[in-house]
Write a protein that binds this ligand. Structure first.
Ligand code: PGA
Length: 250
């Protein structure tokens, strides 16, 4: 049985004092869950968050990183830098990065490899646009993104990889994919992993759904056969609401 993972993606929100307050509110509410709890926070909140989660079951991730280790890349942060302060996870290839910051399947793949080099656990995002979906290309788009993101990874490196399926039309729009639709897309991603890495890895890899997840729809989504939890944006910014999503199975 795969475990469930609930990851918050704060995006460009939360000042350090707000981050600390949220973690202090969240920690007691999620301390008894058997699900994994992760918060992916802005760079400026990482250090405060890492201190605040000490002694809790909450894990901390970044939302992006550069694939080079160091150098003349003004404004960027490397995997080595994240590792140096004990960050555990990093979101890679979020659709907002692909859309607004020109990330490509190639840079996503480079970042995944760099993350693994520094012992960070990548949460790789894939997802189709509304147009691609309406043209019937969704499965092709997400399986191709998956294949290219994983290109060149060794089987043993797949152990720390999480994939998040986030249909772009469902992000921040209040529109969720139906649980059946989301489950089918995630099954398609799992089958792609099966083709590339075989049954064991495909059956074990954690694949999340993201896009307008909230405490009202989490249970239905997370109880399907293939959805292993969620990558939660807006609804992760309030301790109560995020805790309800984490505790969807109570
Ligand atoms: P949302 O964002 O939950 O606000 O739709 C999800 C995401 O972009 O990771």
């Amino acid at each position: 049985m795969r475990r469930k993972v609930i990851a918050g993606n704060w995006k460009m929100n939360m000042l350090p004092n707000e981050a600390i307050a949220l973690i202090e509110g969240l920690a007691p509410k999620v301390k008894n869950t058997k699900n994994d709890v992760i918060i992916c926070v802005p760079f400026t909140d990482l250090f405060y968050s890492l201190l605040s989660v000490q002694g809790t079951n909450i894990k901390v991730g970044a939302q992006n990183m550069h694939f080079e280790e160091s150098g003349a890349y003004t404004g960027e942060v490397s995997g080595k830098m994240l590792q140096s302060i004990n960050v555990e996870y990093v979101i890679i290839g979020h659709s907002e990065r692909r859309q607004y910051f020109a990330e490509t399947d190639e840079t996503v793949n480079k970042k995944v490899k760099a993350a693994l080099k520094y012992n960070l656990k990548p949460i790789i995002c894939v997802g189709e646009t509304l147009e691609q979906r309406e043209e019937g290309k969704a499965v092709d788009v997400i399986t191709t993104q998956t294949r290219l993101a994983l290109e060149g990874l060794k089987p043993e490196e797949m152990e720390t990889i999480t994939i998040a399926y986030e249909p772009i039309w469902a992000i921040g729009t209040g529109k969720t994919a139906t649980s059946e639709d989301a489950n089918n897309s995630i099954k398609a991603i799992r089958e792609e992993v099966r083709k590339l890495y075989g049954d064991k890895i495909a059956d074990e890899i954690i694949i999340l759904y993201g896009g307008s997840v909230n405490s009202s729809n989490a249970k239905e989504l997370f109880e399907t056969s293939d959805i292993d939890g969620g990558l939660v944006g807006g609804a992760s910014l309030k301790a109560d609401e995020f805790a309800k999503i984490v505790n969807y199975d109570e």
